[in-house]
Design a protein around this ligand. Structure first.
Ligand code: ADE
Length: 418
């Protein structure tokens, strides 16, 4: 079995940490139990490019129970938990290619390694597998029956590929399931981003001017949690509707050029490029903290920051202090990569339970329905989304109400009015 990980001796610690995550992933455990009986993925090779975390470890267990042969690489050079990678190799027999801190060359070598066995299904978080296949190995799509995509940025890339008529196989947009983005993007990113900033800096959030760039599901979550800890939250947004929403949620809204002058902490979660640029670093307060929680490290213009600086030193783990030529210091966290996975452990298991239940059930759906699907981006079927919500609620011991027969009839009628 081939693999490339940091240290196989870390397996024991990784196994315990995966067990800990699994304790909080009841929906995945239910699917694992059914999969181990029914083997719906038997004979399928799955190439997965995901953050190699304890929660991903649980997903790997579910897919393996379903009969899949799995090849796993990281979807970000800084997001691998090396003990988890080790446990997946040693205890589950999964071919893992990922090392925390790997350089770009190794990152892409690892992507190639999971594609080499010619997978039947791809599982992406950010669309790097699909992009690699389409740009560098177009013959490979003949073998592939479908893929899944975990995150907003990946779905945007894949929809762009589909819009050009070039997407060669069907993709299920797991991100767009309600049981995924309502919870993972909002409460997961909200908590884990604050967690990453705190672990990296140990700063006091209370009283800080906390600038959130982007008010999508992730931005809403980060803003909500920063506000809860006493920060004065400022939202930077380009969309009128979202800017209105942020205003009525009680935040100050302003362009980045104004926010740059007053912010103590900046977090980018926009999914776009060059959100914080040279002219903004120039006017920041001495000691400003800048972090990213969007998928790619393009939201903060790091080359511009480097150009403006006369000195750089790593002052703490995950904190690079840049001294600008104007004498002020800007602290960049986690090299501008996803701070929640670089300095912390990513989203908690309780939300990843639903995200990864969507992944597992989408893989099963692709197996069953691939003949009906074309080279396009598809929603997770509503029936799967609703089932996951029901199971999650039940696992939490929460009972919802049900409609009476009279109410059901009323909702499907039009006759009675004022
Ligand atoms: N993305 C964000 N948090 C994650 C986690 N804990 N595991 C896998 N992917 C993630």
């Amino acid at each position: 079995m081939k693999y490339d990980i940091k240290d196989i001796k870390l397996a024991k610690k990784g196994a315990l940490r995966i067990e800990w995550a699994s304790n909080n992933m009841p929906v995945c455990r239910l699917i694992e139990k059914r999969f181990s009986k029914e083997k719906p993925l038997k004979g399928l090779k799955v190439a997965a490019c995901l953050h190699v975390t304890t929660e991903t470890g649980v997903l790997m267990r579910v897919l393996k129970a379903g009969g899949a042969e799995i090849y796993l690489c990281a979807s970000n050079p800084l997001s691998t938990q090396d003990d988890v990678a080790s446990s997946l190799v040693k205890n589950l027999g999964i071919s893992v290619f990922s090392i925390k801190g790997e350089n770009t060359l190794t990152y892409y070598r690892h992507l190639q390694a999971v594609l080499a066995p010619k997978p039947d299904i791809t599982m992406d978080d950010g669309a790097d597998l699909v992009s690699t296949i389409h740009q560098r190995a177009p013959e490979m799509h003949n073998n592939i029956i479908g893929g899944t995509e975990e995150t907003t940025t990946g779905v945007i890339r894949l929809k762009a590929l589909a819009a050009q008529g070039k997407l060669r196989y069907p993709i299920i947009a797991v991100n767009d399931a309600q049981t995924k983005h309502f919870f993972d993007n909002r409460y997961g990113t909200g908590q884990s981003t604050i967690d990453g900033i705190l672990r990296a800096t140990n700063m006091l959030i209370a009283g800080a001017n906390f600038v959130v760039c982007g008010y999508g599901w992730c931005g809403r979550g980060v803003a909500m949690r920063a506000k809860g800890m006493g920060a004065k939250v400022i939202i930077v947004e380009v969309d009128a509707l979202r800017a209105l929403e942020a205003t009525m949620d009680g935040y100050e809204v302003m362009p980045i050029k104004n926010a740059a002058k007053v912010g103590d902490v900046f977090v980018t979660v926009s999914g776009d490029t060059s959100v914080i640029r040279g002219e903004h670093f120039q006017v920041m307060k001495d000691g400003a903290i800048v972090a990213n929680s969007g998928h790619f490290n393009v939201e903060i213009d790091i080359p511009a920051l480097k150009k403006l600086s006369k000195k750089k030193r790593t002052i703490r783990d995950y904190v690079d202090e840049y001294t600008l030529k104007n004498g002020r210091r800007v602290n960049l966290l986690g090299e501008g990569r996803l701070i929640n996975l670089a300095a912390a452990e990513g989203h908690p298991a309780q939300v990843m339970d639903m995200s990864f239940a969507n992944q597992a059930l989408s893989a099963e759906y692709i197996r069953k329905e691939n003949a009906q699907l074309e080279g396009d981006v598809y929603r997770v079927p509503q029936e799967i989304d609703s089932r996951i919500a029901e199971l999650k609620l039940k696992s939490m011991g929460i009972r919802k109400d049900t409609l009476t027969a009279e109410q059901t009839k009323y909702l499907s009628s039009w006759e009675s009015g004022t």
